[in-house]
Design a protein around this ligand. Structure first.
Ligand code: PHE
Ligand code: ZN
Length: 853
């Protein structure tokens, strides 16, 4: 019988010992790395047992208390724990010394100490440190660390400041107490691209971006982004960096995007390395945003960390919110907001609507690594955006100042966070706290009544049950509203209505003529807003709304309605209105190109499916695909001349630069290309693929050619040019299954999986292919179930090597029960096949269990 591995928030107990200091010494070797540790404890409770985490992978060589070896009878090792009975411990403070041996070369899960292309590196969040040595591996146990590294690798790095370095030996000392999940060590043949930053109080900080020899010319953008992040956090949050050196290391094998280890961030190389020939505009924007995100964690995550892993969104939601603000400031705020909302709707709303739904602060988990989700990150950030809207910019600033002041050095909770806002602003946030504890996306309806110069807006809210939460009390919902007069002038500027009841009305009076309501401006709350709006009014808002988000949303509303109707085999007047209005909008030469590109791109198939499901219908992936193809063709035929003019005008002039302006022009150009292709037989895409001087246009054109089945030569060319560049080859692997006609997608993915370059144990490569297919909505959901079987087979295979990656990719199935009975039966069979595997990881067992329950 397997024990139930569920961990509950309510079971939290403080650790009964203080960890006053930690000394570690590593003698590195691919097999048989020796880790010596001295942990100095002071008891906080009389007679408590000392429980340390550390599993079977640790070969224990020696265990001593205050220098005296302890006998095997004085401790027990069970599962993932080592326990020393309280009776065997001294009365007061003591030092526990251990020597263990581990094999980084065998570590295919990339958790703990592992090797990536000959570089020793670590990943300890959330619970990787227990694979390095025995330790109280929980975020509320914080300590100062001193780390010695013995190795013949030329570059030896750890957290904090360098204390001593000679060939073969380095000592690092980190003065800031931290939990073990922020520990890091790197040893390898690396080259630095370096700079310095002088902080607001005049301290000079050495900055290094460490890459493999030969990659130096692609690391400059990351370094520049780091400097911008440091400046921004000082200017906007008053936060200064607190060590003499800040190191970033790029590695090719990494389970996530990047990691905020104190003073030594470790990054997936795809979020560091960029050149115009190898990286797209989207890559550049991501690199800038993630460098900022990890840097910002130094305060929101490291100086103030989480009491336990249930509080994950305390650091992640806040840090995402901060990196979103940063990108808005550096680039275009409206464009960033629309991109973020799009991502939220495609990833988080879908999560919230299915079997994996959970609140931003969950109250139970089996495997914490399964909770690094869109809900914890992106919805966690939205919740903070709402807080800021409710308390105002000054209130937010005061609350954050108080947060840093009060909790610096703490392992804090969501309650602490909300208390800071209550104390700084005097507001009662008890109802607001439901955003943290309740799962699901509220559905809000809005209706209008107009009488004698008074406009009344009536709202209702309801949230469907989610797993384990059947009743959903009403939440506080900030709804930003503005009123626009018939001539297009704004008659009432934006005002935030605070909805707190299940049903509530707000009246605006003293109005001359009946205005048009611009609602949920800036996407002021992560809700689904349903309003019965006629086509003309939507078109009016698309033409006149002064709020860019609401303006984009009006166009999206038309397109989504037209597409949903078409996918259900119905006629819809919204299509004509959309085509008409979009023609006028894209012709506005003085409107930001990036904004026009966003308006021109049709909602994705996944988003259409999510909308149909939310409306109680059964989405048909093939019909959705066909509807989207038809609307694209109509757009292209109607606006061919206009689109051709845009395509030519948006050519990148002179040298490529990854800034927002240039990226916006290329984005509009590629959006036009995607449509023009339907009337020019692929001619423009063929030409652009050959002539493009940057990867953005080359990949954009290539994706179009793949969708047309005309990409053989272009794919061969890309491989010939960049066969030895892993990041470009990842793109090569993604674009084929993702952009392929759905009917070919699984066959293409299968062929690619047999390619010699499909090094599937590399997380990026696995994600490229399997994630590429999962992103092809009608391809993955092929009616014959071949997409499900193919992905399930690979998940099973990956689970034996790297459970985190396998479990994360299993979310391809999270919407399985919204499709027709036939697809459901096939998806269920695939999931059951996974569930039946003997020795399935806890990660995967939890995911599949939740999806099948
Ligand atoms: N804490 C990292 C981030 O969001 C994400 C991460 C989690 C990385 C777990 C590795 C492992 O910035
Ligand atoms: Zn983070």
């Amino acid at each position: 019988m397997q024990e139930d591995p569920t961990v509950f928030l309510n079971d939290y107990r403080p650790y009964p010992f203080a960890l006053d200091r930690v000394r570690l010494s590593f003698t590195l070797a691919p097999r048989g790395t020796v880790v010596r540790s001295d942990l100095s404890f002071t008891p906080r409770e009389q007679g408590a047992d000392l429980a340390l985490d550390g599993g079977e992978g640790l070969r224990l060589k020696r265990l001593a208390i205050d220098g005296r070896e302890i006998a095997t009878g004085d401790y027990t090792r069970e599962g993932e724990a080592l326990v020393i009975a309280g009776a065997a411990l001294p009365d007061g403070a003591f030092t526990l010394s251990a020597e263990v041996e581990i094999d980084p070369a065998d570590n295919t899960a990339f958790e703990g100490l592992y090797l990536s292309g000959g570089i020793f590196c670590t990943q300890c969040e959330a619970q990787g440190f227990r694979h390095i040595t025995f330790y109280p591996d929980r975020p509320d146990v914080m300590s100062v660390f001193e780390v010695e590294i013995l190795s013949d690798k030329p570059v030896l790095l750890s957290n904090g400041n360098p204390a001593e370095t000679v060939a073969g030996r380095a000592v690092w000392s980190d003065p800031w107490p931290k939990p073990a999940y922020l520990f890091a060590l790197v040893a390898g043949d690396l080259r630095a691209v370096s700079g310095t930053f002088t902080t607001m109080s005049g301290r000079a900080v050495d900055l290094n971006v460490w890459v493999r020899p030969g990659d130096e010319d692609r690391a400059g953008f990351a370094l520049t982004s780091l400097v911008k992040s440091m400046e921004w956090d000082e200017r906007v949050y008053g936060r200064e960096y607190d060590l003499d050196v800040f190191n970033i290391v790029a590695v090719d094998d990494f389970n996530m995007g990047a990691m905020e280890n104190k003073g030594l961030n470790i990054f997936n190389s795809k979020l560091v390395l960029a050149s115009p020939e190898t990286a797209t505009d989207a890559d550049y924007e991501r690199i800038e945003g993630v460098i900022a995100h990890e840097y910002f964690h130094n305060w929101t995550g490291n100086r103030i960390t989480c009491r336990d892993w249930f509080q994950l969104c305390l650091k992640e939601g806040l840090t995402v919110f901060r990196d979103q603000q940063f990108t808005s400031d550096l680039r275009s705020a409206p464009v960033k907001r629309i991109e973020d909302v799009q991502a939220l709707r495609t990833r988080q709303f879908r999560e919230d609507a299915g079997p994996l739904a959970h609140p931003p602060r969950p109250d139970r988990y089996q495997e914490i690594n399964n909770f690094y989700t869109a809900t914890v990150y992106e919805k966690g950030a939205e919740v903070i955006g709402m807080l800021k809207r409710l308390v105002g910019d000054d209130g937010y600033r005061d609350a954050l100042d108080l947060y840093f002041d009060r909790h610096d050095g703490d392992a804090a909770t969501i309650e602490d966070w909300l208390k800071v806002f209550e104390d700084a602003t005097g507001r009662d946030l008890s109802q607001f706290s439901r955003w943290y504890t309740d799962a699901g996306t509220p559905q809000v309806t809005m209706t209008e009544t107009w009488t004698d110069g008074a406009l009344t807006l009536s709202f209702t809210q309801k949230t469907d049950p989610t797993p384990g939460q059947l009743v959903k009390p009403p939440r506080v919902i900030p709804i930003a509203v503005g009123l626009i007069g018939p001539n297009g002038d704004e008659v009432r500027p934006t005002e935030v209505l605070e909805m707190t009841e299940a049903e509530q009305s707000f009246t605006f009076d003293g109005l001359g003529a009946r205005p048009v309501v611009s609602a949920l401006r800036g996407f002021s709350a992560p809700i689904i807003l349903e309003r019965d709006l006629d086509t003309e009014t939507r078109a009016f808002l698309l033409a006149h709304d002064t709020d860019p988000f609401a303006r984009w949303e009006a166009g999206r509303g038309l397109a989504l309605r037209a597409l949903s109707a078409a996918a259900m085999g119905e006629e819809d007047e919204n299509a004509d209105a959309f085509i008409d209005a979009i023609g006028r909008l894209i012709a506005e030469d003085d409107t930001d190109a990036a904004f026009r590109a966003l308006c021109l791109r049709l909602p994705g198939e996944e988003e259409i499916a999510t909308r149909l499901a939310a409306a109680g219908q059964i989405p048909d992936p093939d019909a959705i695909h066909a509807a989207r193809e038809r609307l694209s063709l109509r757009l292209a035929v109607t606006h061919e001349a206009l689109l051709a003019g845009i395509f030519d005008a948006m050519e990148t002039p002179g040298d490529y630069s990854p800034d927002a302006d240039g990226a916006g022009r290329r984005s509009l150009r590629l959006a036009a290309l995607g449509l023009l292709t339907r009337v020019d037989g692929g001619l423009r895409a063929q030409a652009l693929e050959r002539e493009a001087g940057n990867m953005t246009e080359r990949m954009g054109a290539l994706a179009v050619l793949v969708s047309l089945g005309q990409a053989d030569e272009a794919l061969a060319r890309l491989r010939a040019d960049f066969g030895d560049n892993r990041l470009v080859m990842d793109k090569w692997f993604t674009v084929q299954p993702m952009a392929a006609p759905p009917a070919d997608a699984v066959r293409i993915a299968r062929t690619l999986s047999e390619d010699a370059a499909f090094d599937w144990t590399n997380p990026n490569r696995f994600r490229a292919l399997i994630g590429g297919l999962s992103a092809n909505h009608a391809g993955f959901h092929a009616a014959d179930g071949s997409g499900y079987d193919f992905v399930a087979d690979w998940l099973i295979r990956m689970d034996g090597k790297n459970p985190q990656i396998a479990a994360r990719m299993s979310t391809a199935f999270e919407t399985w029960n919204r499709y027709d009975a036939d697809r459901q039966q096939k998806a269920r069979a695939a999931l059951e096949q996974i569930a039946a595997v003997t020795g399935l990881s806890r990660n995967m067992a939890e995911m599949v269990g939740r999806m099948l329950s």
